[in-house]
Design a protein around this ligand. Structure first.
Ligand code: ARG
Length: 587
């Protein structure tokens, strides 16, 4: 068994592409030609299409169909493909062999990671969630948390070392006002957890005092200075505030089923000791210059349309570092201390320019190794039904915790209207998984760079591209196995592929590997969502056309179809798991 597990790591796309590359390497003048391969959208044309002949023909001043024919002479795909056909101006359609697909299905089920081809290990830092601790987590941090989590999971699954960094906003001038207010509350014999039980209210109260109460603003400002100077009282108050606020975030992480630990927190404050050094270093190199009392970097590369350079401030006039300084220190720490090959930061799209500037400054100043890639993964906004930023009915920000509770409640209501045979306890558990899954999936399935409209009804529907639909598809397969009386662990049989729907499903199943690779490369979980939806739909068509437990189905076909169903269930579960969405046996 051992040898099968390690031998079988299969990315069909890469395999087919590598065979075309080999073929090109044997053709004069084509040695360095690119080998563009695409998935076919129509099964009658096969599963993959090689599109490289046209460009190569141009380069070699020859006829594309002729070039395609030459490529066919050299390509070795006999083991994998049943036919290779030249079509149109010179496409090569690749039709996979059913027998080959069958052996791949069998082997994937034996593999410890569904046969996914892992990559050479790299160190990847993923900056995710990163809420501001002055306030409660709101809907904006849903996206940074779950998109980051899904991408981190996928990269890990591909064999990389992932270091999660929760760059919490635990520093800045608001904390002066917050700890001054906290001090007064604590003196009135309140304990911190009670005083801070609602961070939104607390923040509002502090802000009102800051704006209206005589002397309070001055005291708040003094506290900022004291805090920065390491004053013990202020430090203690600040720590108390931070601790409670982190607990609030952790509650949300728990509800969200997100993989974030205390040890993943590397808040802004952690970089304080490094800031003076970073600025001094950049000054010494002449990259930072003084401008109106502030320390800044002028970036001609990012000049506006009037030719004025962008300005990246690293120290305020009169002293004091900023968010932008911290990101430079973080970059250095991640590249040099954590040895990151890749840094990915998830925030909303409005910060895109900030990270562009930060990278430029960092590269100029040697704060990042040349080989470390620095990537911002921007995302759009979550909008209400009216197309405006998502708010409460009265226009307030929506607390993430409340939104999640509402999802579970709504899912519970919907489930109670369905025939299920679940006990009350089981129903509660299923409602939690469906509600949270629905919110997460609705978000993750959208291309992350665009805004999207939040809609309870579509996300909770059991039909269409939703989490409940996928969870339901999974439970269907579980019930097939229950009815068949077949134990899933260790189940093994020969796979035989005869019907078109069997083949279509098999091909889909084997594409899992290339899909997760795409998610990792582009930091785009929606690719995995789209895949799982296609997989479920493909399973439903298969199930309709290829009965499993019906009378008259041969034993061979039954066993084979159970194998295909089993791999479908495992792939669905694994895929949803990577997205941070739970499955259940019944619903
Ligand atoms: N706290 C910031 C916000 O809420 C996000 C921080 C993202 N990470 C970073 N390295 N700047 O917008």
């Amino acid at each position: 068994m051992e040898s099968v597990r390690h031998k079988h790591k299969m990315n069909v796309f890469n395999l087919v592409q590598s065979r075309f590359k080999q073929a090109l390497s044997k053709i004069d003048g084509a040695e360095n030609a690119s080998a563009p391969l695409a998935r076919s959208s129509r099964p009658e044309f096969g599963e993959y299409q090689f599109n490289g002949a046209m460009a190569l023909a141009k380069q070699l001043k020859s006829n594309p169909r002729q070039i395609a024919a030459t490529i066919l002479e050299h390509v070795e795909l006999d083991d994998v493909a049943e036919s290779l056909d030249i079509a149109g101006p010179g496409f090569i359609n690749v039709k996979l062999k059913p027998q080959w697909l069958a052996t791949q299905i069998e082997a994937s089920l034996q593999s410890d990671n569904l046969g996914v081809e892992t990559e050479t290990e790299k160190t990847v830092v993923v900056d995710l969630s990163s809420p501001n601790l002055a306030k409660e987590m709101h809907v904006g941090h849903l996206r940074s948390t779950i998109i980051g989590d899904a991408v981190a999971n996928v990269i890990e699954f591909l064999g990389h070392k992932v270091i999660r960094q929760n760059h919490m906003g635990d520093w800045g001038t608001q904390f002066g006002m917050l700890i001054a207010h906290l001090q007064d509350k604590l003196q009135a014999s309140e304990v911190a957890t009670t005083a801070l039980s609602d961070l939104e209210d607390f923040y509002r109260e502090a802000k009102v005092r800051f704006d209206d109460e005589d002397g309070f603003a001055d005291r708040a400002r003094q506290y900022v200075v004291k805090l920065q100077g390491g004053d013990e009282t202020c430090q203690t108050l600040w720590q108390q505030f931070i601790d409670v606020s982190i607990q609030h975030s952790e509650e949300v992480y728990g509800k969200l089923n997100v993989n974030l630990k205390r040890s993943d927190i590397m808040g802004e404050s952690a970089y304080n000791p490094m800031l003076p050094g970073v600025v001094a270093d950049l000054k010494e190199q002449g990259i930072v210059v003084e401008d109106q009392g502030a320390q800044v970097v002028f970036l001609q590369e990012l000049a506006n349309k009037d030719g004025e350079p962008a300005v990246y401030i690293v120290e305020k006039s009169g002293g004091g570092f900023l968010y932008s300084t911290t990101d430079l220190a973080a970059m250095k720490y991640r590249s040099f201390d954590l040895n990151a090959d890749r840094i990915i930061i998830f925030t909303d799209a409005r910060q895109a320019f900030h990270f562009k500037q930060a990278e430029l400054v960092g590269r100029k100043g040697g704060l990042i190794k040349e080989q470390t890639s620095y990537e911002h993964g921007p995302f759009g906004m979550m909008l209400g039904q009216d197309g405006k930023p998502f708010k409460t009915r009265t226009g307030g920000t929506i607390k993430l915790a409340d939104l999640l509770d509402e999802a579970v409640e709504r899912a519970g209501k919907l489930l109670s209207e369905r025939e299920s045979g679940l006990t009350a306890d089981e129903q509660t558990e299923v409602a939690r998984k469906v509600g949270i899954g629905a919110i997460k999936y609705a978000d993750l399935s959208k291309n992350r760079t665009t805004d999207y409209i939040f809609n309870w009804d579509t996300m909770l529907s059991f039909e269409g591209d939703t989490a409940p639909y996928l969870q339901y598809a999974y439970t269907r397969i579980q019930s097939i196995f229950r009815k068949a009386g077949v134990e899933q662990t260790g189940f093994s049989a020969n796979v035989v592929i005869n019907e078109a729907q069997e083949k279509a499903l098999a091909v889909k199943l084997l594409q899992f590997s290339e899909v997760v690779l795409g998610v990792s490369t582009n930091s785009t979980p929606h690719l995995l969502c789209a895949y799982l939806y296609e997989l479920s739909s493909s399973f439903m068509s298969f199930y309709e056309a290829c009965p499993i437990l019906k009378e008259g189905v041969s034993e061979e076909a039954k066993q084979s179809r159970l194998m295909i169903s089993l791999l479908t269930a495992r792939t669905l579960k694994q895929g949803l798991d990577l997205l941070g969405i739970e499955t259940m046996e019944k619903m």
